[in-house]
Ligand binder design. Structure first.
Ligand code: SF4
Length: 726
């Protein structure tokens, strides 16, 4: 009986008056759900639903996808290009021609005055792959700056770097189907039910059919940790210690796969010598996991017929994020768990098209996983585009996280931001604000006119939203799926592809190089350039991708479908065809709690929001579940400081301060607090963000704060409300 009723009322689904459903792919996270948007007779988007025969989501959507159709009419969409000569002046509406002429003119002026690399371009993981490819062509082949990167440096760079170091190339080797075959799942720093709800649902479906241990490594008792068989509440920033200790036990107890190691890897001797130093007793003192549990987990993992590891930001956002990924790969290589059903190292990516930028944007090299450092790659692309190979730099330029310090020192004078929001997403945001004010020219291209960077910009270019244009995304498991245009762009906003093409025409070299106008035309170029390569997509077309509800690469011409897994043949992308086992000593270089700043500050995502809330903050049905900046705090710690549930507290770090609403919960230990990273003027006022030496990704999750009860609760509430405005 439900609340005294004797009869269950059937669920009533309101008739929204849908006249037509249009296929597309969700534009939030990297799960890659196929979605249909319902349009009423007037063409207005009124509903969204999952696509039943899609392999990824099988008809399911999370709360963000269910309300995604509301984005088309959300507040503060950009309508007209805006321009001003000085940032103290008000913007005026201008034509596209005037905005683009001015932008091209400023890029040319700055390059003439200060050199080709004095303009930086920072893009995103949100636009379509055809747009990434075109932006790469414009940047590498026409504008010619080497200081070009994406905001994926804040989320996925360590995974890319770790894959490259271990396997010789980027590219997640596994897939969601591995849940159905694995004998043990080890998840590092990944709160799957909140971050990637539909991938979590795939895991639950696999567990309903067959039991296997789920082990979650996370300093916090996340939703995922609560459902796990074993939870390892690790000391922040010490995952490398745990991974080395697991390898130690596996080698010491002869649980490793000698045949696989011999046939497919190099570096075993050096790795053995290094992990010999990480016995569980010593490791327990560093990582906070007791030695028996370390041994137990190592045995469970190594004895399973197939075992897999997944991870997200808990590994990547660290000063040794790249090492952490390489150590996960070590674990899977020594146990022979790469390229087989249920055995993999699967990085769960963040943004809907973080993979697309990794594959085709040319941010870290040249399109199709080609490297600037390789002469042959430079020549292939230069010939294909019809330019001189000498125009390309011979090594990649600055990462996003190095571009801002280069603005501070005057090396970079102009910046073009595309669908990224560094004022909220970069660590130490007070410093970023001061930095950005030093620019001679700032262009912001975004679907929303109210992203905070427009306050500091000279030009604002209004971009179309995902469902207002056409092209592909690649998801976490290398599945390329189609975004169909559901409706016309809002107001006078334009697809990013159109903006890049129009800008190219304003440069002499851009008029010589062909820039296809249509997404299908761009995809043809990508197909051609992918032939024979790891990410071969020559067997795909837009129509075929839609029919099959996404196709995984590689899918060469003539193939029936894409490959589920990489490296099934044990041949890797290093020149000798072998994977590298890498000895990875732990260096403890994080800011840690001390007498002055006694709490660890941890951050992460909540299910209702996506990244910096530029979209979800405007969808009432989503925002209402998590409307305000808050902090999870342990009740014992709060009692000592006289802080009560649902009051406001002020946090202070060595960088700045933030005001949050307190939620008392046992999910965090007494020496730690957790704050969702989505809110403006909040957690990133506090973070330090030391950089990983390989990936240049910031350590968002490890820094120290002190906490005090906000003396004036009314003022604190006002500050808290102000932080929701963006
Ligand atoms: S899980 Fe990710 S891709 Fe799927 S509906 Fe939710 S936000 Fe979209």
């Amino acid at each position: 009986m439900l609340f005294g009723r004797r009869v269950r009322n059937p669920i009533k689904i309101a008739d929204k008056g849908v006249a037509a459903w249009k296929y597309t792919t969700c534009g939030y996270c990297s799960t890659g759900c196929s979605i249909e948007v319902g349009l009423d007779a007037s063409g207005k988007a009124v509903a969204a639903r999952g696509v039943a025969d899609a392999a990824v989501n099988q008809g399911k959507l999370c709360i963000k996808g269910i309300f995604e159709h509301e984005l088309f009419n959300s507040a503060n969409r950009g309508n007209k290009p805006l321009l001003r000569l000085r940032t103290i002046d008000p913007y005026r509406d201008v034509s596209w021609d005037e905005a683009l002429d001015h932008t091209a003119g400023e890029i040319r002026r700055v390059q003439k005055e200060y050199g080709r690399d004095s303009i930086a371009i920072v893009s995103t993981g949100q636009i379509l792959t055809e747009e990434f490819y075109t932006l790469g062509k414009l940047t590498r082949g026409v504008i010619g700056t080497n200081n070009y990167d994406g905001n994926t440096t804040l989320c996925m760079a360590s995974a890319v770097s770790g894959y490259k170091r271990s396997f010789g190339s980027d590219g997640p080797p596994g897939c969601y189907d591995d849940f159905a075959h694995t004998g043990c799942l080890l998840a590092f720093g990944s709160n799957l039910p909140e971050q990637h709800p539909i991938i979590y649902w795939r895991l639950k479906m696999a567990l309903e059919k067959r039991e296997f241990p789920v082990i979650v490594v996370d300093p916090r008792v996340t939703m995922f940790a609560q459902m796990a068989d074993i939870h390892l509440p690790i000391t922040p920033g010490t995952d490398l210690v745990l991974l080395n200790a697991l390898a130690h036990v596996i080698l010491r107890e002869n649980l490793h796969d000698r045949e696989y190691i011999e046939a497919h890897t190099t570096g075993f001797e050096e790795l053995s010598r290094l992990v010999a130093q990480y016995d569980p007793t010593t490791a327990a003192g560093l990582c906070g996991i007791d030695e028996d549990t370390i041994r137990n987990v190592a045995r469970l993992y190594a004895r399973a017929d197939a075992a897999m590891s997944i991870w997200t930001m808990g590994i990547n956002q660290s000063t040794h994020g790249s090492d952490g990924v390489a150590a996960i790969n070590n674990l899977n290589l020594i146990t022979g768990n790469i390229g087989k059903p249920g055995g993999t190292s699967l990085s769960i990516t963040g943004q809907c098209n973080a993979m697309g930028t990794r594959e085709w944007s040319s941010c870290s090299g040249l399109p199709g996983y080609r490297a600037l450092e390789k002469e042959k790659d430079r020549e292939t692309i230069a010939k294909f585009w019809g330019i001189d190979p000498e125009f390309f730099p011979q090594q990649r330029g600055l990462f996003m996280t190095d571009i801002f310090p280069a603005i501070e020192t005057g090396q970079i004078k102009a910046l073009w931001l595309i669908a990224t929001n560094p004022m909220t997403s970069m660590p130490n945001s007070p410093r970023i604000r001061k930095t950005i004010e030093k620019l001679e020219f700032l262009a912001v291209q975004d679907a929303y006119a109210d992203v905070e960077t427009t306050r500091y910009a000279h030009v604002y270019l209004p971009a179309a939203l995902w469902g207002e244009k056409e092209g592909v995304f690649t998801n976490t498991e290398r599945r390329v799926n189609l975004v169909r245009k559901v409706m016309e762009p809002h107001g006078d906003s334009k697809p990013d592809l159109w903006i890049f093409n129009q800008l190219a025409k304003r440069f002499e070299q851009g008029r010589k190089i062909p820039f296809p106008e249509s997404p299908a035309g761009v995809f043809e170029e990508m197909r051609e350039l992918s032939k024979g390569r790891m990410l071969d997509c020559s067997g795909m077309t837009h129509d075929r991708i839609e029919r099959q509800r996404g196709i995984q690469w590689p899918c060469p011409e003539g193939a029936e479908t894409g490959a589920l897994r990489l490296y099934a043949d044990g041949v890797f992308q290093h020149p000798d065809g072998k994977a590298k086992l890498i000895a990875l000593p732990f260096v403890d270089n994080n800011e840690r709690p001390d007498g002055d700043y006694p709490f660890w500050l941890n951050s992460g995502r909540v299910v209702e929001h996506f990244h910096t809330r530029t979209r979800t903050g405007k969808i009432g049905n989503v925002n209402k579940f998590s409307p305000t900046p808050y902090m999870e705090m342990n009740p014992d710690a709060a009692e000592r400081l006289g802080i009560e549930h649902m009051t406001y507290a002020r946090l202070v770090s060595r960088r700045g301060d933030a005001v949050v609403l307190v939620q008392l919960t046992q999910r965090v230990p007494p020496n730690m607090v957790f704050i969702p990273f989505h809110f403006h003027e909040c957690v990133n006022r506090l973070t330090l963000g030391l950089l990983d030496p390989y990936s240049r990704q910031p350590a968002f999750k490890q820094c120290a704060v002190k906490i005090e009860r906000a003396q004036n609760q009314r003022e604190a509430a006002a500050a808290n409300v102000a932080a929701r405005a963006f």
